[in-house]
Write a protein that binds this ligand. Structure first.
Ligand SMILES: *Cc1c(COP(=O)(O)O)cnc(C)c1O
Length: 378
């Protein structure tokens, strides 16, 4: 093996995935303590985290409701709490996370309908407006900000404007975008937005959260179908006592406090997003040089995760490619597309342009070893 093995600050392989991600050493070090979950020190730390998240979102009247668990727990809590039992959801689907929202609505016994487009196609705004006109029963629209299935950036501001124009409420899954891509609540009108600790905020996994318009959240008390996923109940308990109803992931929250400090030090959303855009550019330019093809044109590509079409050369084997990259310290991600064979490489986490240039060199090295002259798709 000609190249030195890439590694993180703590000697681990670099995670070129959609999360969990490579985190800084200082974020992991923040977990080397214990806190009493009902002790004032932890309550203050937690409050700082919740306020910090609302600050990133921008806009007044927003509150952060934390939800123990992975991001899906937050999405499920958002749908189950914000959509009333007699409400109806219109889900904008162009990938697996939109599909998942439909499954969640089924379990919560909420009526729903979908506006589905192909995995490489954002929703059409005129079609969305027409769908809202055609079905007055629809109370809420669910949209995915960056659909991580493909890496496509959905036009969230235009969606929000269209939904507000028809006097409906918007729920956003911004899991893989929040903290790196601009979605300012003062400009983009939504009732709730779900995200998690371990994506663009570069914390460790274990805490989801939902940014809610406080009036919408208070009006939603009593809607939820599940006690543990009841955001209104969670909010009211935290407001009253400063404490979680059930065991909080204290180490995860401490790590998130440190991650938010590092986010601020990097220049907030603009700084974080800028680094990811440079990572993404380095990756795409480098792999295109080797003949690889991206699923998406650049104008639809979010700088979060890139889908590449599977090379068509007969010598190429994805398993060999994956293993050889892992040996060189880069963990990539299988594709999740239904339409085409593909794999994905993430641009997020504690990684910079040099790491991405290293990944490109590792790909070049592995292609030579596999005797695959070009990454071109079949
Ligand atoms: C990661 C992600 C989620 C949540 O996934 P978990 O595995 O539950 O953390 C939801 N939506 C999108 C768009 C995501 O990228």
């Amino acid at each position: 093996m000609s190249l030195p093995r890439a590694k993180s600050e703590t000697g681990d392989p670099l995670l070129l995935t959609p999360g969990p991600l490579t985190t800084s050493k200082s974020v992991k070090q923040a977990m080397l303590h214990d806190w009493g979950s009902r002790d004032p020190a932890f309550i203050a730390l937690n409050r700082r985290v919740l306020e910090g998240l609302a600050e990133i979102a921008g806009g007044d009247g927003l509150v952060t409701v934390p939800m123990q668990g992975s991001g899906t727990f937050a999405v499920e809590a958002m749908i189950g709490t914000l959509v009333p039992r007699d409400g109806k959801l219109l889900i904008l689907i162009n990938g697996a996370y939109g599909q998942r929202a439909g499954k969640i609505a089924d379990r919560a016994a909420r009526a729903w309908t979908a506006l589905e487009t192909a995995e490489d196609t954002p929703p059409d705004i005129a079609t969305l407006s027409a769908a809202l006109d055609a079905d007055p029963a629809i109370t809420h629209v669910f949209a995915v900000h960056c659909e991580t299935t493909s890496g496509i950036l959905n036009p969230i501001a235009e969606i929000a404007d269209a939904v507000a124009a028809k006097d409906r409420r918007l729920l956003v899954d911004s899991m893989s975008a929040f903290g790196a891509l601009e979605i300012n609540a003062a400009k983009v009108r939504y009732d709730a937005l779900a995200a998690s600790s371990n994506k663009c905020l570069e914390g460790v996994p274990g805490l989801g959260f939902v940014l809610c318009r406080e009036d919408a959240l208070r009006a939603a008390a009593g809607n939820a179908h599940a006690l543990s996923l009841d955001l209104a109940d969670q909010f009211l308990a935290l407001e009253r006592t400063g404490q979680y109803r059930f065991t909080p992931p204290i180490h995860v929250i401490a790590a998130l406090a440190q991650a938010l400090d590092e986010h601020r030090d990097e220049g907030g959303v603009a700084g974080r997003g800028g680094r990811y855009r440079r990572n993404c550019r380095t990756l795409i330019d480098g792999l295109r040089d080797l003949g690889f093809e991206t699923l998406l044109p650049d104008r639809l590509q979010a700088p979060i995760i890139v889908t590449f079409r599977m090379p068509g050369h007969p010598n190429f084997s994805f398993q060999t490619f994956y293993d050889a990259l892992a040996e060189r310290g880069f963990l990539i991600y299988p594709g999740k597309l239904t339409v085409a064979e593909s794999f994905r490489i993430g641009c997020i986490g504690r990684l910079d342009e040099r790491d991405m240039a290293g990944a490109v060199e590792a790909v070049r090295d592995v292609m030579t070893q596999m005797k695959v002259p070009t990454g071109a798709a079949a």
